[in-house]
Design a protein around this ligand. Structure first.
Ligand code: B3K
Ligand code: ZN
Length: 898
């Protein structure tokens, strides 16, 4: 409804092929920060598959038009306007040369061509290429590109673009040039150039078929000592894609370039990936274990796009999940294989748990609000607002379900067929689904609903045991419950849900599984049920004892499972389930239930208490030496405040914080000796190692430290944390110690030790922007108190000389950390957080709409909050709506207020 009232809504249903095609592009750049001249020569022809158009409409934004020639002759019928360039009455096939000027120095949007730290960079996805030159800037127009870069040799000694270097040389007046050619056809969003003072770590490797490849990681000279891990991650990615999917690197050279001003994580430009420094630079002193893991994942992700995204690309932006969901799935599998190989299920599970935690906390919340949309959206106002958790993370779960249904081999067959059919093409999510279906001889028509229905499905489970007949029936019912209006409109019918289940006997072991109609029990004790109807009953036979069901093992579908487990049953599953994911899940359910009850009490002022049995269940995990440290850390970490608030009928961040803090304190005090023992036992003396084992030890040890900091008498913990801070030889331990110091003293308005450590941290890392980001983020996310509200600290830090709103990493480290990762302080009842949010959204809107729109989203769930907060949130949204300039932020706040 809202859509039809708003102009400029782009709809999937309106897709039409382009009237013209562009086969080749030759770009020439004279790079000057304030005035870069771009000459663009294209071979153009009419698209035989499109209806006739006499005019040729090219997109262009923020460009100064200079001239147009067709087949070498000046062309007078060219009209530049706000959105591009119109050429009247063009021939059927022609060579077009356009010259235009742009201003990279003033480009604070970081989309198109811009200057960062004195160097030139580009970002073209989704629609940045039109800010560089006039073009048919849409992914179904694919061309081969040749790029000539000219610039001052002293200021820009390195000149890079996609593909292979053809030639380079000197020019008069201290300038030089480089000419690059990308042999593969590509859409304009994959174009890139980089020019500046950079150095590279280089490595030569042989690909599977024996060809030599040059790999480079380009950074500013002082960062060269932080490139090894990114290079290793790249080499591992290349190997992995060869062995798991038979996909080889297709270029002679593959480059990664790091830039500190970047809107997101990284970008998969063909052969020239451009990365946020945060996902490249790491050494033990500056990067945490999480940073190391993220770098591996993002390097993998961008590399894997070379096939899933670049060789086969999207027909239109509604198909974004075709490349993003698939590539997230591939990077998740890569990380799981790196951690645990194909067979170490427990190690693989830790990665799975982390991914599901993100999905449930962020994507489920998105599905419950005004931005809810299907994995393949139906409409958008600004495409950059649709690089979402749904497109990426739920999209990845949708891809994972094919693998769950068909197994690894069946999935691989489907991928092989997809590339056989579509290499070099721009295609749709349907094309992918058809390839998977055809390769496995299956009809996947119903599965299409995963792409077209928004909202989080709910599966409720009823079970019945018939002891006399030894039959156990499991009845599954699917629906969406009470979802957001935006999601409800899209719901058409039941989904095909792969529902993995196991049955557990009294001794904690899995029971054999035999479904009614089968002649004998299967060897596997986990079965994937294909659940396709609104309600369906599956009956297991020869079930000798009443089992306890283990439901949705390994989170086999992105749904919410409703089943009435008792606390004892959850404790039993936590202790025994053979599926490591569900072991963790049982603990989370237990904790969530307890915490929500407590939050309800806190909201009404009733005193809090925690049952001893819950403490006992946690104690068992804490002391269970058969479990890996990494798993124990995950199991002992309570659900986040944001997730818990989202589960309440009316979100109440203060009540959730009180409840969660109460439980943390209780667990800290009750298990004090165990936490201390675990702390001592899991120290990692000696040189830092970035292995999964070592990082598991550090994670568990630092979790213990964070609990110890909750003790009623934290003096001992403060001593431990101070000592750890001083002695640390790595950032994981140093930042964990600093965080413990900040939180241990929060209730008392801060401590000398905390302040000293903060000051030391700043001085020590003053020259490392990524570490200074941590310094800001730690302070923005710290616990506050009535005497010392965090908003005051944040406002003070906004004036710190190291703060810079134009740098997205810095803005995220302070502003986003406070608004999105410190709910109890952000949602202060006096509305101070909301006023701050509105100011910052408006300020960022004028600088960088994409970043502003991300921040704008932190109030979108306002309707779900307790009434005392709602008014303040609405007022802040209205204030932004009345002042906003960009399409990006407008779409978000208008949808939130609609
Ligand atoms: N494809 C890019 C994201 C582009 C975002 C544009 N607003 C990075 C990635 O997903 O790999
Ligand atoms: Zn991606």
């Amino acid at each position: 409804m809202a859509d039809t009232a708003t102009p400029n809504v782009i709809r999937r249903a309106d897709y039409a092929p382009p009237a013209f095609l562009i086969d080749t592009v030759a770009l020439e750049f004279d790079l000057i920060p304030e005035r870069t001249v771009v000459r663009n020569t294209m071979r153009v022809r009419r698209n035989p598959d499109a209806s006739h158009a006499s005019n040729f409409e090219l997109m262009g934004e923020q460009l100064e038009f200079v001239s147009a020639t067709i087949d070498g002759a000046p062309f007078a019928q060219a009209h530049a306007h706000e959105h591009g360039l119109t050429l009247d009455n063009v021939p059927d096939s022609f060579e077009l040369t356009l010259t235009s000027i742009c201003n990279p120095a003033e480009n604070t949007t970081l989309s198109g061509l811009y200057v960062s730290g004195g160097n030139f960079f580009t970002q073209c996805e989704a629609e940045g290429f039109r800010r560089i030159t006039y073009f048919l800037d849409r992914p179904d127009v694919m061309a081969t590109f040749t790029v000539t870069l000219r610039a001052s040799k002293a200021d820009y000694p390195v000149l890079l673009s996609n593909g292979n270097l053809l030639e380079e040389g000197d020019l008069p007046d201290g300038r030089h040039f480089a000419r690059w050619e990308d042999p593969f056809r590509k859409p304009s969003y994959l174009f890139a150039l980089v020019a500046g003072k950079l150095v590279a770590l280089e490595e030569r490797v042989k690909s599977g078929s024996g060809k030599e490849k040059l790999l480079q990681v380009w950074v500013e000279p002082h960062d060269l000592d932080k490139t090894r891990h990114a290079m290793d991650s790249l080499i591992n990615s290349i190997r992995w894609d060869e062995s798991r999917f038979g996909l080889e690197l297709d270029l002679d050279r593959f480059m990664i370039v790091a830039v500190s001003d970047f809107n997101m994580g990284a970008m998969e430009n063909k052969g020239l990936n451009i990365f946020n420094t945060k996902y490249v630079l790491a050494n033990p002193e500056t990067a945490t274990d999480t940073d190391f893991a993220n770098i591996e994942a993002v390097v993998g992700h961008e590399y894997f796009h070379n096939w899933t995204g670049n060789r086969v690309t999207c027909r239109d932006w509604f198909q974004l999940s075709l490349k993003e969901g698939l590539t997230v799935f591939r990077d998740q599998e890569f990380s799981a294989d790196m951690a645990g190989g194909a067979t170490d299920e427990a190690a693989r599970a830790t990665k799975r748990i982390e991914d599901v935690r993100v999905l449930r906390q962020m994507q489920f919340a998105e599905d419950a609000g005004p931005m809810a949309h299907p994995v393949r959206p139906e409409s958008y106002v600004e495409i950059n607002n649709f690089y979402t958790m749904t497109v990426y993370e739920k999209g990845s779960e949708v891809v994972r379900m094919y693998q769950t249904l068909f197994g690894r081999d069946g999935f691989r067959k489907g991928m092989d067929l997809y590339f056989k059919r579509h290499d070099g093409q721009a295609v749709t999510c349907d094309d992918f689904r058809h390839a998977l279906a055809d390769a496995n001889g299956r009809d996947l028509a119903q599965f299409e609903r995963w792409y077209s229905q928004a909202g989080t499905p709910r599966v409720s489970v009823r079970t019945q045991y018939d002891a006399a007949q030894q039959r156990y029936s499991v009845t599954l019912t699917q629906g969406y419950g009470d979802t957001a209006p935006a999601a409800r409109e899209t719901q058409k019918g039941p989904l095909l849900i792969p529902f993995a289940i196991g049955l557990i006997g009294k001794d904690g072991h899995d029971l054999p599984l035999q479904l009614e109609g089968e002649t004998r029990a299967s060897e596997a004790t986990t079965r994937v049920l294909e659940f396709t109807q609104t309600e369906q009953t599956f009956t297991f036979v020869n079930v000798a004892q009443e089992p306890l069901p283990s439901l949705l093992r390994n989170f086999s579908a992105p749904v919410i499972v409703e089943y009435d487990y008792s606390a004892d049953q959850l404790a039993f599953l936590l202790a025994h389930d053979s599926d490591p994911f569900n072991r963790w899940e049982a603990g989370q359910r237990l904790a969530t239930r307890e915490l929500l009850t407590l939050a309800g009490r806190a909201a009404t002022g009733v005193p809090l208490q925690l049952d001893d049995s819950v403490v006992a269940a946690f104690a068992r995990v804490l002391t269970d030496e058969t479990l890996s440290p990494a798993f124990r850390e995950l199991a002992l970490m309570l659900p986040s405040e944001a997730y818990l608030a989202e589960q309440m009928a009316e979100s109440n961040p203060a009540a959730v914080h009180a409840a969660r803090q109460f439980v943390r304190k209780r667990l800290a005090n009750a298990l004090r000796a165990d936490w201390l023992a675990v702390y001592e036992k899991h120290r990692t003396p000696g040189a830092y190692e970035a292995t999964p084992e070592a990082s598991g030890h550090r994670a568990l040890k630092n979790l213990a430290l964070s609990y110890l900091a909750e003790l009623d008498d934290p003096a001992g913990a403060v001593r431990l944390a101070s000592a750890q801070y001083d002695a640390a030889n790595n950032m994981t331990d140093r930042s964990a110690a600093l965080s413990a110091l900040l939180n241990a003293s929060a209730a008392n308005g801060g401590s000398v030790e905390a302040q000293q450590a903060l000051d030391d941290f700043y001085r020590r890392f003053e020259k490392e922007p990524l570490v200074i980001d941590k310094w800001f983020a730690l302070q923005a996310t710290q616990r506050g108190s009535a005497q010392r509200p965090v908003i005051e600290i944040v406002r003070k830090l906004m004036a710190h000389p190291a703060f810079n709103l134009k740098n997205p990493n810095r803005a995220r480290s302070l502003i986003f950390s406070f608004c999105a990762a410190n709910p109890a302080q952000f949602h202060a009842e006096d509305g101070s957080g909301y006023a701050f949010w509105a100011e910052q959204v408006i300020a960022l809107d004028a600088i960088n709409p994409q970043v502003a729109a991300r921040l704008a989203r932190s109030l979108e769930l306002w309707r779900r909050f307790t009434p005392t907060l709602r008014d303040g949130m609405r007022a802040a949204l209205e204030k932004v709506a009345s002042q906003v300039k960009s399409r990006d932020v407008r779409e978000i706040v208008e949808k939130a207020l609609a």
